[in-house]
Design a protein around this ligand. Structure first.
Ligand code: FAD
Length: 440
C-alpha cells in the first residue's frame, strides 16, 4: 500500500493541533477550509481604521507549559503577559469579578440578603444536584444565584439554569467560604481568586499570530467548503466542485454540519445532531478616540435590559491593537437557534450596543466613534443543556464507527479553550495514525 493520505478539515486551533502531531511523524496532511483565511474562531482582522479585532475576545491562559512553549515559539517569543482584571456591571454598580467575593459597594439590602441566604444554605441539609440551578443554590444560596449567575445564564446560555447540566463547570465558577464572602462584603480589596490570573497575548497582529508557525505544516487549501463525505469510498466533495480521497480523515467541522453531509448517516444520529444546542454571537466592534475607556479587560453584564452579555477591550491586550491614543470595545450579544433564534442582520445590533454603552457610562457624549462594524459567529459557545450528553454520545459513537476523527470545540461539542482545542486536534491525529496502522 502507498503512504496513506491524511486529510484535515479546518484551519483553526484543532486542525493545526492535528497538523502539528502529524508533522511530528513526518506527515504533511492536506487541509481544507471553507474560509478564504485561516484560523477559524482564532482569526483576527485589521479594519480600515487600523483597529485589530479578534473573532470574539481571545486571550491565552493555558497553564500547560508545553502549550505555552509551543504558542510562544509560534510568535518568536513576542507576546504580552498581562495580569487580568475583570469586573461586572449590575444596575449601575461595577463589582470586581467574581461578584460573590466582591459584594462591597452593592446596596446594603442585597448584601444582607445574599449573606443570610448563603449562611442558611450552608446550614441546610445537602441538596441533590440535578442541574446547574441546584448547583448554584447549593453553592451561593437563593439571592445571589437569582440576582447574578442565573441572570447571566439567560443572557449567555440562552436557557434557564434548571435546563443546564453541571458537567461544563470545572474551575469556571468559584465556590467561596463564608469568610471569603464576608471579607468581600466588608472590604473593597478582597483577594483575587479567578481561575485566570495572568494571560498572554501576541504583541503584534492579534490572536491569530499564535498560528503563524503551524500554517506551513499542512498543504492548506482555503476556499474549499466540504459538502459531502462518502465513508465507504472515502471520497470528499467540496462546494467548488473539487473532490478528494482520504485514507484518514480528521474533522473540526461543527457536528450539526458534519453529520448531514455524511452519505448514509442513520436517522437516529441525524436526530441526535438536531438536539445539540449552541449559542450564536453577534460581535459589535467599535474603535473609539480615547483609550481610558475601562480599567477591566472584560466586563460581564447581568441586567436584562443591557443587550450585551460581555464587553472586551482589545486595545488593552496589546497597544498594537489600536492606533496610538485610541481604544476599542468588542460587545457580545447572544442568540441560539434552539432557544432564541437570531433574525435580521448583525449590523442591526450596532446602535443598540452604542445606546447601552452610553447608558452604563462607558461611552461619553463627546466620544468619537472612529469605526463600527458587526460580525456573526454562527457557532459560539456549546450550551450544556440536559439533552447534550446523550446526543453527543450517539453522534460520537457513529463517527468512531465510520473512522472519522472529530476534534475541537465543535467536533467534541464541549467547552474547549484554544489550548484544549489544539490538544483535541493532536488526539484526533493520534486516532488517525493508529487507524492508518490497522489499515496496513
Ligand atoms: C466568543 C468566544 C470567545 C472565546 N474566548 C477564548 C479565550 O479567551 N481563550 C481561549 O483559549 N479560547 C477562547 N474561545 C474558544 C476558542 O475560540 C476555541 O477553543 C477554538 O478557537 C476552537 O478551535 P477549533 O479549531 O475547534 O474550531 P474553529 O476555530 O471553529 O475551526 C473550525 C474550522 O473548520 C472550518 N470549517 C467548518 N465547516 C467547514 C466545511 N464545511 N468545510 C471546510 N471547512 C469548514 C471553519 O472555517 C474553521 O476554520 C472563545 C470562543 C468564543 C466563541
Amino acid at each position: 500500500m502507498s503512504n496513506p493520505s491524511f486529510v484535515v478539515i479546518g484551519s483553526g486551533m484543532a486542525a493545526f493541533g492535528a497538523a502539528y502531531r502529524l508533522h511530528s511523524e513526518g506527515i504533511s496532511p492536506v487541509m481544507f477550509d471553507k474560509n478564504s483565511y485561516h484560523g477559524g474562531h482564532t482569526t483576527s482582522f485589521k479594519n480600515e481604521g487600523g483597529f485589530i479585532f479578534d473573532m470574539g475576545p481571545h486571550i491565552s491562559y493555558t497553564k500547560d507549559p508545553r502549550i505555552q512553549e509551543i504558542f510562544a515559539d509560534s510568535v518568536d517569543q513576542k507576546y504580552e503577559t498581562i495580569q487580568i482584571y475583570l469586573n461586572n456591571y449590575w444596575r449601575g454598580h461595577w463589582p470586581q469579578h467574581p461578584a460573590q467575593l466582591h459584594l462591597h459597594g452593592l446596596p446594603h439590602d442585597i448584601v444582607v440578603k445574599v449573606i443570610s441566604d448563603f449562611v442558611e444554605e450552608k446550614n441546610a441539609p445537602e441538596r441533590t444536584v440535578r442541574n446547574y440551578a441546584d448547583w448554584l443554590y447549593a453553592s451561593f444560596g437563593k439571592t445571589f444565584s437569582e440576582t447574578f449567575p442565573m441572570q447571566y445564564t439567560k443572557k449567555y446560555h440562552l436557557t434557564a439554569a434548571e435546563n443546564l447540566s453541571t458537567d461544563w463547570l470545572g474551575p469556571r465558577i468559584y465556590r467561596p467560604s463564608l469568610e471569603e464572602v464576608l471579607l468581600g462584603a466588608l472590604s473593597p480589596t478582597a483577594p483575587h481568586v479567578h481561575y485566570v490570573t495572568n494571560f498572554r497575548y501576541p504583541t503584534a497582529g492579534g490572536f491569530v499570530r499564535y498560528l503563524t508557525k503551524f500554517v506551513p505544516l499542512g498543504n492548506l487549501k482555503l476556499g474549499h467548503e466540504l459538502t459531502a463525505i462518502d465513508p465507504n469510498s472515502h471520497e470528499l466533495s467540496f462546494a467548488n466542485g473539487v473532490t478528494a480521497r482520504y485514507d484518514q480523515l480528521v474533522s473540526s467541522v461543527p457536528l450539526p454540519e458534519l453529520i448531514p453531509m455524511i452519505k448514509g448517516a442513520p436517522s437516529d444520529v441525524v436526530d441526535a445532531t438536531r438536539r445539540l444546542a449552541c449559542s450564536t454571537c453577534v460581535l459589535v466592534n467599535l474603535g473609539i478616540n480615547r483609550e481610558d475607556i475601562s480599567k477591566a479587560h472584560m466586563t460581564y453584564f447581568y441586567d436584562e435590559d443591557m443587550c450585551f452579555a460581555r464587553l472586551g477591550f482589545p486595545h488593552m491586550l496589546s497597544t498594537q491593537n489600536a492606533p496610538p491614543g485610541m481604544g476599542s470595545i468588542q460587545a457580545e450579544v447572544y442568540f441560539s437557534s434552539k432557544y432564541k433564534p437570531f433574525t435580521g442582520k448583525p449590523e442591526d445590533w450596532i446602535e443598540p450596543v452604542i445606546r447601552d454603552l452610553r447608558r452604563c457610562g462607558l461611552l461619553r457624549d463627546e466620544d468619537q466613534i472612529m469605526t463600527k462594524e458587526a460580525r456573526l459567529l454562527k457557532y459560539a459557545n456549546i450550551i450544556f443543556d440536559l439533552e447534550r450528553a446523550e446526543a453527543v454520545k450517539t453522534v460520537h459513537a457513529y463517527l468512531d464507527d465510520i473512522g472519522i476523527s472529530y476534534c475541537g470545540r465543535y467536533g467534541e461539542w464541549g467547552y474547549l479553550w484554544t489550548d484544549e482545542s489544539f490538544k483535541s486536534g493532536e488526539k484526533a491525529a493520534e486516532r488517525a495514525l493508529s487507524g492508518a496502522l490497522t489499515q496496513r
